[in-house]
Design a protein around this ligand. Structure first.
Ligand code: ACO
Length: 417
C-alpha cells in the first residue's frame, strides 16, 4: 500500500478505496478524491467547502493558524510597507515584482487606460440616485464586456486584466458621484493610481481642490494592497466558477463583485461602521457583546471572525498599526475609535470569543481609516473591489491556464419528495 495515501472503508460492505495524498509546497496536504464517485457511487458532503480544495494555485498562501499571508511567496507586511499597490498588481499578474522601467511603463499604461468609453458613462444615468454603488459597480462591469467583446476568446490576458484594473477606480467613483447626483470627474493622468481615485471622488469641475495629503494616498494604497488577493475566498470561488463556464472575464469579475457585497464577506466593512455608530458609546458595548454571545440572537459582531484565520488576521495587524499612525495626522473619529477599542478589548478577553478563535479581521479596521479619508460608508466595499480586482483577474487567468480545470458543478444529497 502506498504510504502517501488515504484509505476509506465503507463499513456497509467492507469495500476499501485508496486515494493519493498530494503535497503542496506549504499548507495542509490534500487527498485527491476525484475518482471517488466513479469508484464508490457515493459523493462527499462538504457544504461551505470547509474541507475541500477546489484548485491548485501558485498565487496566494495563507497560514491561518500562524496568521501568515503571502502573495507570490512575498510576505504581506513587506509588500504593504515597502511596495506600492501597482507593484503588487504587477507581482500578482506576472509572478515577479517589476524593475524600475517595468513599473514606469506599467504605471503609464494604467493611467492611460483609466478612461471609460462614452457609451459606458451613459449607463450610470439609468440607475436611481439612491442606487448602492456596489450594484452599479457590478452592472457597469458586466456592461464593460459589451465594449470589449474581443476578450471572450482573446489570449492576451494581461491587457484584458490591466484594462479592468485601470478602469475600476473610475467606475467606482462614477457610481458614487451618480449616487449623489453630482458631475463625474474624469481621471487625471498626471496623478498616481491611488491619488487619482481620491481626486475623482473629491473634485468638482473647475473647482479648487484642497491638496490631497501624502498620508492619505499612502493609507489608501496600503488598503488596496491588503485587499489585493486572498486565495479561494467566497467571491474568488464565484469568479472561478463563472470562468469555468467560459463566460466573458468581465462578467466573471462582475459576479465576484456581487458576491463580495454580502455582509458575511466584503460588505462587512460597511456594516462595521454602521454597527459602531449604532452602539454609539462605550457604555453600550457590553450589551452588544452579550447579544453576540446569545445563541438565540442572530446578532454578530461585524469585523470579527474568519474562516481561515484562527489566530489573527495579519492584514488587521497592519491596519491597526496604520490606524495608530494616522490617528493625529488624519483626525480619526475619536468617538468611533473609543467604541471600537472597547469592543476589541472586551471581545479579546472574553471566553466566548477566545474559544471560537474570533479575532478582529481586516474589515474591523478599514472603516475608521476610510472615514478619515472622507469616504462614505457606501463606498467601503467598492474600495475593496478596486483592490481585489487584480486578485480575481489573476485567479481567472490561473484557472484558464490550468489544463486540469473543469466546469464547477458540485453534487447534492437529495432529501425531497
Ligand atoms: N460574532 C459572534 N459570534 C460569531 C461571529 C461574530 N462575528 N463569527 C462567528 N461567530 C460564532 C458562530 O456563532 C459560531 O458559534 P457556535 O459554534 O456556538 O455556533 C462560531 O463562531 C463559528 O462561526 P461560523 O459562522 O460557523 O464560522 P464561519 O467560518 O462559517 O464564518 C464568518 C466566518 C462568515 C467571517 C463569520 O465569522 C462572520 O459572520 N463574521 C462577521 C462578518 C465579518 O466580519 N465578515 C468579514 C470576513 S473577512 C472578509 O470577508 C474580508
Amino acid at each position: 500500500m502506498n504510504k502517501n495515501s488515504v484509505t476509506i472503508i465503507d463499513n456497509k460492505n467492507n469495500k476499501k478505496y485508496n486515494y493519493p495524498i498530494l503535497e503542496g509546497k506549504r499548507g495542509p496536504d490534500v487527498v485527491d478524491m476525484r475518482s471517488f464517485f466513479k469508484d464508490s457511487g457515493m459523493f462527499t458532503y462538504d457544504p461551505g467547502f470547509t474541507s475541500t480544495a477546489s484548485c491548485k494555485s501558485q498565487i496566494t498562501f495563507i497560514n491561518g493558524l500562524e496568521g501568515e499571508l503571502r502573495y507570490r511567496g512575498i510576505k504581506i507586511d513587506e509588500l504593504a510597507t515597502k511596495h506600492s499597490y501597482l507593484e503588487v498588481c504587477y507581482l500578482l499578474l506576472n509572478s515577479k515584482l517589476p524593475n524600475k522601467d517595468e513599473l514606469e511603463n506599467y504605471d503609464k499604461e494604467l493611467r492611460h487606460r483609466a478612461f471609460l468609453h462614452r457609451g459606458l458613462t451613459n449607463i450610470f444615468n439609468a440607475f436611481p440616485d439612491n442606487a448602492h454603488p456596489m450594484a452599479t459597480l457590478s452592472a457597469a462591469t458586466t456592461a464593460l464586456a459589451t465594449f470589449y467583446q474581443e476578450h471572450l476568446d482573446d489570449k492576451d490576458y494581461i491587457t484584458m486584466a490591466n484594462r479592468l484594473i485601470a478602469k475600476m477606480p473610475t467606475i467606482a467613483a462614477f457610481a458614487y458621484r451618480h449616487s449623489l447626483g453630482i458631475p463625474f470627474i474624469e481621471p487625471n493622468i498626471d496623478l498616481s493610481f491611488s491619488e487619482n481615485f481620491l481626486y475623482m471622488m473629491r473634485a468638482y469641475p473647475h473647482g479648487k481642490l484642497a491638496p490631497i495629503k501624502d498620508v492619505e494616498i499612502k493609507a489608501l494604497d496600503t488598503i488596496f494592497t491588503l485587499h489585493a488577493d486572498h486565495e479561494q475566498n467566497a467571491s474568488t470561488t464565484v469568479v472561478r466558477g463563472v470562468a469555468s463556464t467560459g463566460a466573458h472575464p468581465y462578467v466573471a469579475i462582475s459576479s465576484g463583485i456581487s458576491a463580495l457585497w454580502g455582509r458575511a464577506h466584503g460588505g462587512a466593512n460597511e456594516s462595521v461602521i454602521a454597527q459602531l455608530e449604532m452602539i454609539g458609546s462605550v457604555e453600550n458595548v457590553k450589551k452588544y457583546i452579550d447579544k453576540a454571545k446569545d445563541p438565540n440572537d442572530n446578532f454578530r459582531l461585524m469585523g470579527f471572525g474568519h474562516r481561515v484565520y484562527k489566530n489573527f488576521d495579519p492584514r488587521a495587524k497592519i491596519l491597526k498599526k496604520l490606524q495608530d499612525e494616522l490617528r493625529d495626522e488624519l483626525n480619526l473619529n475619536s468617538k468611533l475609535l473609543e467604541v471600537a477599542r472597547a469592543i476589541e478589548e472586551i471581545a479579546l478577553s472574553d471566553e466566548y470569543f477566545i474559544k471560537r478563535n474570533l479575532y478582529p479581521n481586516i474589515d474591523f479596521y478599514t472603516g475608521i481609516i476610510l472615514t478619515a479619508l472622507k469616504i462614505p460608508k457606501s463606498m467601503f466595499t467598492p474600495i475593496f473591489v478596486i483592490g481585489r480586482s487584480v486578485g480575481w483577474l489573476s485567479q481567472w487567468i490561473e484557472f484558464k491556464q490550468d489544463s486540469s480545470s473543469k466546469i464547477a458543478r458540485p453534487r447534492q444529497l437529495y432529501i425531497g419528495d
